[in-house]
Design a protein. Sequence first.
Length: 307
Amino acid sequence: MELRQLSAFAAVAEHLSFRRAADALGVAQPAISQLIRRLEESLGITLFERSSHQVLLTSAGSALLPHAQSAIESAARLRRLAGELASGSTGVLRIATTPGIGPRLGAAVGAFSAEHPDIALELPVLATGEKIDRLKAGGLDVALLRSTPPADPALRQQIVWQERYIAVLPATHPAADQDPADLSAIGELPMLIIARDAQPAMHDELLAVCAAVGINPRLGPSVRTAQDTVAMVAAGAAWTLYIEGNLPAETPGIALRRLPPPDPRSNIWALWRAVGASPQAQAFITSLLDRAPATVAPLLRPAKPTS
């Protein structure tokens, strides 16, 4: 049984004429007759009563017609969905995220969703190694990383935005008297930092930022939540570094201050498959790069899918 046979059956049933059915489908009348004959042979039943004057559905034909029409409609929906998936206008987009990028990520996926409302988003938070493994295996479409990704010929990579770190200080501490912060005045105030076993990339980058601005902080206890960190800073017991924009500017008890030169930045990388990237991934990467600031490294546009 073939879809074109069902289409011929439905057309003849609608017009009760082989000639008019052939005209409607844009084929020769003998072709319609042949398709109906083959369908009847494959089903083992007669679908139409034919005479020189009229064509009528048999009782078996009347019973099968709704099912044939349903199959034709399902096939049409399947073709439409396949076209939408191929163009990247629908489907699921799986983006592995990284901690600390909430505001910027929210803006990015919000803009993308406005452009592609029929694409569902999944945003798992995974360790770097798992991101890369799942991306290469096809279990993810895009991965966002804070640490510089290892070179891998199976993956394309691009910095899609940069973020500035700010010092989060007790509002009453002398180090908060200047902006940029006078980090030489921090003294023995301990720095709160995320545990390395929880977020190794973030932990290492925070220490690298401190080294870049010329301080060797005394580390306090490892922290797991932003709420605990802010509470300890507001109490005057510690200080920390945060991504700019991740804390409200008017948080009671704390002061947000810029870092002194060289004002190091954090790079956010996007990774996607070099070959076989989904249309949804290509659309998202294009959306990210269209919004990337001019200061970001030269853009590597995803290759357009071949037709």
